[in-house]
Ligand binder design. Structure first.
Ligand code: LM2
Ligand code: CA
Length: 500
């Protein structure tokens, strides 16, 4: 049994009305992704269904999906500790660019994009373009390959840095992560590194990405972007078409760690948006310090973003965790943190930092574990009622904050309050207000909300129906002050539309 951690408030799908065609069109027109749900390794049929019934109605602007290209399909276990035939990471080893994957086939992918867009949800794809495979000889689509030879694409030995003699390490791997030539041109964990400076390679990669754009995809999470380097990233990006909505594709670069000089995330700010892994670490440190017993303080989040050493908000794709970091709980929170993870996700949506993502995927006991799949490795439909999945994107408090995010827009943070322990509150201009209690006891606070006087329905625990609230009501006096109870590991939030 996967340990679910402290119970999340509920994972029921919100019973919201489907999105009208006019609302969907208006959302697609926006160049911004809004709040994205990262439905990592959900199959295409399940993503389509989630777009229709949950993401669109809740106001998510985007969905990010796992790498859709054909990948290695392992046929035997390795030796020693290798116990999982189809680990989640098979999909990070591309074999060819037809969309025959563990998540479904090319037709199902196209149907998914169409369904999501009809619900007003733009689709973002995890693009694995730095490398091919490091093992195996056959793929989910049945293509055969040998090391440095992929007839179906085709890539030949000279399309790789290793064979071209351009990787300056003794074994072809990255031995020194501070050495830019090794980082750009050697094999990351044995994955055959593409010669991305070569035009013929760029053309093949761009053809793949342009196919996805042609299907209606709005942009990419660029896997291992740090290992491609600024110049080659720009070279590939320059070959990309505009999206069907007429925008330049979204381009979010994975640049981990704090490498020196050109290897730092900040050194890529001109080349695309950056994945906010360092920010997620600060979030984890605030919500939960290194050991479970020593609880961190969210008061530290008063200073977050550029002022805490992170990439600029306007250049960042922000999140509380992703598929790598959730498996590294010393670094980031994950679903096993239960209410703390939900609270951190709600805070991220309120913070105004970056383009926020909500991560939702399958539960696991060992890091390599396969997503729920059949014996062939094909991922089975997501079942949010089962303990095999953690559908954080459906949590009612998270859904409430998606609506709040959409309403407050870019309004500046104001009226920051902290008890200097584990409670914070702030407004976003005069449009919305939220409070977060990361402590283990409920707390009553008396604060300036910055909101117009009146009675507001707490959107985290209720909703406004006509002129009634199905949950707690907060009274804001004519001077903007309010006395509010915030539950342990819980939030209170409302925006102007929640006024009764
Ligand atoms: C990423 N970003 O830069 C992904 O977010 C991360 O999940 C990927 O690693 C990595 N880069 C490559 O795309 C994962 C996983 C690795 C796994 C690779 C390739 O974390 O453990 O490596 O995908 O599937 C596996 C084995 C590794 C082996 C390698 C090649 O774990 O031991 O290396 O395959 O055979 C000898
Ligand atoms: Ca590379």
């Amino acid at each position: 049994m996967p340990s679910a951690g402290p119970a999340t408030r509920s994972t029921a799908a919100p019973e919201a009305a489907p999105v009208s065609a006019a609302v969907a069109r208006a959302r697609l027109r926006s160049a911004s992704p809004g709040v994205t749900a990262n439905l990592w390794e959900w199959n295409w049929v399940s993503v389509a269904q989630e777009c229709r019934t949950v993401l669109g109605p809740a106001g998510y602007g985007g969905v990010q999906v796992a790498p859709p290209q054909d990948s290695v399909k392992r046929t035997a276990l390795g030796n020693g500790s290798d116990t999982v035939l189809h680990p989640w990471w098979e999909v990070y080893q591309p074999v060819r660019y037809q969309l025959t994957s563990r998540m479904g086939n090319e037709q199902q992918f196209q149907d998914m994009v169409r369904a999501c867009r009809r619900a007003g949800v733009k689709v973002y794809v995890d693009a694995v373009i730095n490398h091919t495979t490091g093992q195996g000889n056959t793929s989910y689509g049945g293509a055969s390959y040998t090391p440095y030879n992929y007839p179906a694409i085709p890539y030949r030995p000279n399309d790789f840095h290793f064979n071209a003699g351009e990787c300056p390490s003794s074994d072809g791997g990255i031995q020194d992560f501070n050495n830019k030539l090794q980082v750009f041109k050697c094999n990351l964990v044995g994955l055959e590194d593409l010669r991305t400076e070569q035009n013929s390679v760029r053309i093949k990669l761009a053809r793949y990405l342009n196919k996805l754009i042609g299907y209606g995809v709005s942009g990419f999470r660029v896997d291992a972007a740090k290992h491609i380097g600024q110049k080659d990233l720009d070279g590939i990006y320059a070959k990309l078409n505009r999206t069907v909505d007429g925008h330049k594709p979204y381009w979010a670069l994975e640049v981990l760690g704090d490498g020196p000089g050109v290897l730092a995330p900040q050194a890529f700010e001109r080349n695309g948006k950056l994945l906010g892994a360092n920010g997620a670490k600060q979030i984890k440190n605030a919500f939960k310090s290194y050991t479970q017993e020593r609880i961190g303080s969210i008061a530290t989040l008063e200073v977050f973003g550029r002022d805490s050493g992170l990439t600029r908000s306007s250049r960042t794709s922000s999140f509380v965790q992703n598929h790598d970091s959730e498996r590294n709980p010393n670094d980031h929170l994950n679903y096993k943190d239960g209410a703390t993870n939900i609270l951190a996700t709600e805070w991220l949506l309120a913070s105004g930092y970056g383009d926020p993502q909500v991560y939702a995927s399958f539960t696991w006991e060992i890091p390599e574990q396969s997503p729920p799949a059949n014996a062939e490795g094909l991922i089975t439909n997501t079942d949010c009622a089962s303990s095999q999945w953690a559908c954080v994107n459906r949590d009612p408090g998270v859904v409430a904050m998606v609506g709040w995010y959409n309403y407050v827009g870019k309004a500046q943070r104001r009226n920051f309050y902290t008890d200097d322990a584990n409670v914070i509150a702030f407004s976003r201009g005069q449009r919305g207000w939220a409070a977060f209690n990361n402590g283990t006891e409920a707390k009553q606070i008396n604060v300036q909300t910055g909101m117009a006087g009146g009675r507001y329905c707490d959107a985290i625990h209720g909703s406004k129906v006509g002129n009634r609230c199905t949950g707690p009501v907060v009274r804001v006096n004519a001077a903007g002050r309010a006395t509010v109870s915030v539950g342990a590991k819980d939030a209170v939030a409302f925006d102007r539309l929640d006024r009764l």
